[in-house]
Design a protein around this ligand. Structure first.
Ligand SMILES: [Cu+2]
Length: 166
């Protein structure tokens, strides 16, 4: 006879707990930027000690962040940008709020040096990305063929138009 009311009470308690969690999540600005990484890869390098790595960092939060350094057990990693066809090392790169920091062939790239061994297709290299505000992010970059290019993504058109000035 009392079955119905008891179940209803359980359902109400459950709903209260869920509401409580959701509220505290969205109210806490200390949870930091929401960064995700995709399209990560390393084209198999010719050199046995140097390689370039590419990836895309997406920032879904309201706050900009900065990539401040990259580390790896595989060797030394620096961050390079390409200006007028010449690459140069940079201290940090901005990850804009609601935007992306894109590393791609001919542009920003991770520069691997003093690699302990040559990355071979089918292997992967793990790096840790360090940010000014967010917690470090560990990324595995699969080693692809030397001529690999990522499939055209949703942002391909805008990237092409940016480069039409060349
Ligand atoms: Cu470089």
């Amino acid at each position: 006879m009392s079955r119905g009311p008891a179940l209803a009470a359980v359902a109400v308690i459950g709903a209260l707990v869920l509401t409580g969690c959701g509220g505290s999540d969205s109210d806490s600005p200390a949870s930091g930027a929401e960064l995700s990484v995709d399209a990560a890869y390393i084209p198999q390098p010719v050199s046995d000690s140097m390689a370039a790595g590419f990836l895309t960092i997406t920032n879904e939060s309201d706050a900009a962040d900065e990539l401040t350094s990259v580390t790896s057990d595989a060797g030394e990693v620096t961050v390079h940008e390409t200006v007028d066809g010449t690459m140069k090392e940079v201290d940090r790169l901005e990850v804009p709020a609601h935007g992306q920091l894109v590393f791609k062939s001919g542009g920003n790239h991770l520069m691997f040096e003093k690699l302990k061994q040559q990355p071979k297709q089918g292997q992967s290299v793990t790096v840790e990305l360090h940010f000014a505000h967010s917690d470090p992010v560990t990324v595995e970059l699969p080693v692809k063929s030397a001529t690999y290019r990522p499939a055209a993504g949703h942002s391909e058109n805008s990237e092409n138009s940016e480069h039409s000035g060349h």
